[in-house]
Every structure is written in C-alpha cells, then in structure tokens.
Design a protein around this ligand. Structure first.
Ligand code: ZN
Ligand code: ZN
Length: 354
C-alpha cells in the first residue's frame, strides 16, 4: 500500500499548508519536462497530493488506506492532454508559468510552444437554392502566408546557414524566473532563429528572411447541401501562416439569402400556390415551380384556402441523405372584379347554398 505521507515527505499531522508546499517542491523536482524529472514520480506525488489536500479523502485514507480512495481506480493522469491533469485540477495553472507548456497545442512534453498563425473569419452570402443543394465558391483571400520561395525557412534558396549566435545553435535559450516557489529555469524557443538553431547567411529575398509574407490565395470552399443561415464552415490550416509554426484556421460564416417563394423550417420548405375559386371548388391540375425544376400538382376538389399539400422528399437535402418535404400552401384568390355574367352565375350558385 502506498504511503502518501512518505511520498510527500510530510508527517501524519502535517497542515494543508505543509502538504501544499511539499507538493509544489516535489512536483517541480519530478516534473517530466525537466531534466532529472520522472513521470512516474510526478504521478505518484500528484496522486498523494490529490488525496491529502482533500480533507474528506484524507480522513478516508487515514482510516482505510490508499486502495479505498477514489473508487479504487486511483488517479487518472494523462500527459497527452495539455493542461487538464486530473479532475478539478489544471496543471496549466500552476506549471504553465514555470515551464511554459500551459497551452501548447502539441501538449505533452513540449517545453516550448509551437506558434500558431491567426484564424481568419469571413462571411459569404448564398442564394436560397444554392444553400439547399450545396455550392462551390472560390474566394481570394489576402493574408499572411508561408513564403513559397524559401518554404518558410527564411533562407535564400541555394544559400547556406550559420549557427545562431543568440542560442549557440541549440534553438532554445534559458530564462531564469523567480517565483514564490523558488527560482526556476525555463527553456524558451530562441526568437532569433525561431528555434532552428541556425540562421541564414543570406535571408530570402522574397520574404526578407521572415519566412512569411502577404499573399493573395484563392481558396476553394465546398459548401455542403442543407446549410442553415448562420452556420459556419471551418477550413483547417487555411488561416494565416506564422514562421516556424502551424497556420491558423479559416472560418466561413454562411448567410443564406431569403427567397420570397420558399420558407424553410428545418428540412421542410413551404411554398404558396394560388388557385382560383373554381379551381378550389372543382379541383385542378397545376404546374408549380419548386427548388429543383417544376412539378405537377393535383389540387383536390373542395380544397380549403390555407390547406397544405405535402409532397414527400422535395424539401432540403439532409446531411445524412434523403430530403425533407415540400409543403404546398393553397391560397384561394377570389377575383378582384366580377363580370356581369360571373355575378349572375354566382347568384345562381348562391341559391344552391354555395
Ligand atoms: Zn522566403
Ligand atoms: Zn537561436
């Protein structure tokens, strides 16, 4: 059975303050990103701390031992996850400052952050029909892009490099920090050579050695069918480039333009169909423009104004196949003026109770 007090090197009656201090000291000593660190020891120290720093768990542990704490599964610990160490405890908070791996996208053992270019957000407008069936758009984007001449390394093609003087060719520099827990040495990426350890003898002429430059890039955007107004498409790596790092992402917000003939509700669409009084009474065969082409609609006799005819599978395409329905909204339009004859005929009808 593990003795958490021994692991942290504190007596059984240690105060929370003592436990915390002991933990910080040992966590620092064993941190896997440090030379002489040990992931094994670090986990052990953390496990001990998680139990002893929690009065409830500590009492339980004092009484029953370590096997009974935390439902028997012990402490979950995952280094591949940047920041979130274990339940309720953010390593990034404490160690991010000291070791500089707080928000590293690569996570894990990287003790310097890989830079990431900025994300770009843009808007595009789409007509109703194109949004329904999907579309292809090409946009010209002015942004910071990787230099194609030097492929981002900042060196004039065909020329040599020399070791970076700033970091002695190691790519990283030591920075000393003083903090509450003592003095720490932090390894930081060399900004002069961008962690490459070498600098070009002749900087790239196209980008003046920056590795990046302003470019106009044509980007093809595939808009899937059925997108709703305001939905976002993410294009990974199509944002701005940064020297020696990842490009950001491009976010495209799609604005679907309205169409006065079609009203969308989920994947169903409603469209109006005007019929005359006699068509509504006697029934009629009508031709109706829909999203894709036109269809033949049989209006049944004695159709009420406002009634809906449902045509299955003629609505908006669904992401997983199939389509919503088309709802035809019948609008009975009485004539604005009646001819003398029409009036006479209607008066005849009126006598029939119609
Ligand atoms: Zn270049
Ligand atoms: Zn350097």
């Amino acid at each position: 059975m593990k003795d958490y007090y021994t692991i942290l090197g504190v007596p059984h009656n240690a105060s929370q303050d003592d436990i915390k201090k002991a933990f910080h000291k040992l966590a620092h000593q064993y941190h896997p990103d440090k030379s002489g660190g040990s992931e094994e020891k670090f986990k052990e120290v953390n496990e001990a701390y998680q139990v002893l720093s929690d009065e409830k768990k500590r009492t339980h542990y004092d009484r029953y031992g370590s096997g009974s704490v935390g439902g028997g599964s012990g402490v979950e610990w995952d280094f591949s996850n940047s920041g979130q160490g274990f339940e309720g405890f953010d390593i990034g908070d404490i160690f991010g400052d000291m070791f500089g791996f707080g928000g590293s996208p690569a996570g894990s053992h990287a003790n310097r952050q890989t830079p990431r270019g900025r994300d770009i957000a843009m808007d595009i407008e789409l007509p109703f029909k194109e949004a329904a069936f999907g579309a292809q758009r090409a946009v010209l984007l002015r942004k910071t892009g990787a230099c194609t001449s030097c492929k981002g390394n900042g060196r004039e093609p065909g020329t040599k490099t020399k070791p970076c003087v700033s970091c002695n060719g190691s790519g990283s520099v030591h920075e000393t920090h003083r903090s509450f827990f003592g003095t720490f040495t932090k390894l930081r990426a060399c900004s002069v050579c961008r962690a490459m350890g070498e600098v070009p003898l002749e900087p790239c002429r196209a980008c003046r050695g920056e590795g990046v430059l302003q470019v106009s890039e044509e980007i093809s955007i595939t808009i899937p069918p059925g997108l709703q107004d305001g939905e976002m498409i993410k294009l990974v790596g199509k944002g701005e480039a940064t020297a020696g790092g990842y490009a950001g992402d491009l976010y495209v917000k799609v604005h679907v333009l309205g169409d006065k003939r079609f009203n969308r509700s989920g994947y169903d669409i409603t469209t109006p169909l005007d019929v005359t009084v006699t068509e509504a009474l006697l029934g009629a065969a009508k031709q109706l423009e829909i999203l894709d082409g036109s269809i033949h609609v049989q209006v049944p006799p004695s159709t009420q104004s406002g009634s809906l005819l449902r045509i299955r599978g003629k609505g908006i395409p669904r992401p997983r196949g199939g389509r919503g329905d088309l709802l035809i909204h019948i609008v009975v339009k009485p004539p604005h003026k009646l001819s003398k004859k029409a009036k006479q005929l209607l008066e005849e009808l009126q006598k029939e109770g119609i």
